[in-house]
Design a protein around this ligand. Structure first.
Ligand code: NDP
Length: 369
């Protein structure tokens, strides 16, 4: 185990910190067999652990059975398990927990969340008889499996929220090792810190980055550059993802060494022109709204689901979508997984009437490009 800043030590767990033998004779139930569930179940089984799956009777169940797992209804899997990983979408987690998990938990069993959201914002009332753990991969599901198979591992955020058994930390680290995260490193952060970091990345960095990217594209297209060349230059080539990878590998600034001298001079000398943008102030506002639970409360309101439906509809009608579709067709890039969005029904629009002004602002914001 390593600690970082000496004044406020961060615990970073590595391969040597986990002992899988702690889980000998234990049954681990994966509740949900989707993005994370499938990859984590396969990794755990390959690490020599006894894994079962809890799922409703549908295609995910069939997939788990095809992969050779014993599949039970969720409540039954929890009853059989010493450790239950709750790997269903965060939006349904509360209902699944109350319906199938709480009353079926064995005393001193452990429940493991892959996201801090529901616990951090008080959306699930935690049971008193179980260990409550966090193992939140910083990796999408397919990556969790790939990085296990190629032995590179993946970072995760881990935490013991409740140690009912008296052995929760050893169990946490054995599980983190079994799933394949300790190869790279597991960083101890609270449920709230995990949730806030995740939401902040999505709500502050993501949209700010998107806005910058769209501004760059529209500046070039408006100036008469060929859209095919603009989109390839800006993101379709995939060069950006290499740059991102190199940031992680060698450092945010040091990765510039992989670019030409001209590129480095241009980038470093022009950053100053964007210094006055009030990005950080906006980000602080967003952070505060997440930290004080404002976002979670907003998202819990039924009207937010309707609002989301309409905003997504606006987003899918943005000019960039048509431009992109034409460019992809002309470049022969196969269109896959392009989402279309249905507009809200008349009845839903009626319900949205009270936030009409706010919605108009969203519509305008998407009509720029
Ligand atoms: P998925 O959307 O892939 O989960 C699908 C699974 O959930 C299926 O087994 C599905 O089974 C089950 N499910 C869906 N709805 C219900 C329901 N109402 N009742 C019972 N089961 C249901 O989820 P993810 O793997 O993406 O996310 C799981 C957890 O991992 C979340 O906490 C998420 O925040 C976290 N996480 C996700 C990451 C990612 O990259 N996706 C990254 C890191 C963490 P069925 O429909 O058959 O019932």
């Amino acid at each position: 185990m390593e600690t970082l800043a000496p004044d406020k030590p961060t615990l970073v767990y590595k391969e040597g910190d986990g002992n899988i033998a702690v889980l000998n004779g234990k049954t681990i139930a994966m509740i949900g067999y989707g993005n994370q569930g499938r990859s984590q179940a396969l990794n755990m089984r390959d690490s020599g652990l006894h894994v079962i799956v809890g799922n409703r009777d549908d295609t995910y169940k069939a997939r788990a059975e095809k992969d050779g797992f014993e599949v039970h209804p969720i409540g039954e899997a929890v009853q059989l398990a010493d450790v239950s990983f709750l790997l269903v979408p965060d939006e349904v987690m509360g209902d699944v927990f109350e319906r199938d998990v709480r009353q079926n938990l064995k005393d001193n069993a452990a429940i493991v969340f892959a996201s801090g959201y529901n616990v951090a914002f008080g959306l699930i009332e935690l049971p008193a008889n179980a260990d409550v753990l966090l193992i939140a991969p910083r990796m999408i599901g397919v990556g969790v499996r790939e990085c296990f198979l190629n032995k590179k591992g993946f970072f995760s955020f881990v935490h013991v929220h409740t140690d009912r058994s008296g052995n929760a930390n050893a169990v946490l680290l054995a599980l983190a090792k079994g799933v394949g995260s300790l190869v790279k490193g597991a960083i101890d952060v609270t449920f709230k810190q995990e949730a806030v970091l995740d939401l902040f990345n999505e709500q502050a960095f993501g949209p700010a980055f998107g806005r910058v990217l769209l501004s760059a594209i529209s500046t070039l297209v408006d100036a008469g550059y060929p859209p095919e060349a603009v989109l390839v230059e800006m993101y379709m080539s995939g060069e950006m993802s290499y740059t991102y990878q190199k940031m992680g590998d060698v450092g945010l600034v040091k990765q510039t060494n992989f670019h030409s001298q001209t590129s480095q001079y241009g980038a470093m000398s022009r950053g100053i022109k964007f210094l006055s943008l009030p990005v950080k102030e906006k980000m602080k506002e967003i952070l505060e709204h997440i930290e004080n639970g404002g976002f979670a409360r907003e998202w819990e309101q039924p009207i937010s689901r309707l609002k989301f439906k309409l905003i997504k509809f606006f987003a899918m009608r943005q000019k960039i979508n048509k431009l992109e579709r034409d460019v992809r067709r002309r470049l022969g890039v196969i269109e896959k997984d392009i989402l279309e969005a249905e507009p809200p029904t008349d009845e839903e629009m009626q319900a949205l009437n009270e936030i009409k002004k706010e919605l108009r602002a969203f519509e305008n914001s998407f009509s720029e490009f």
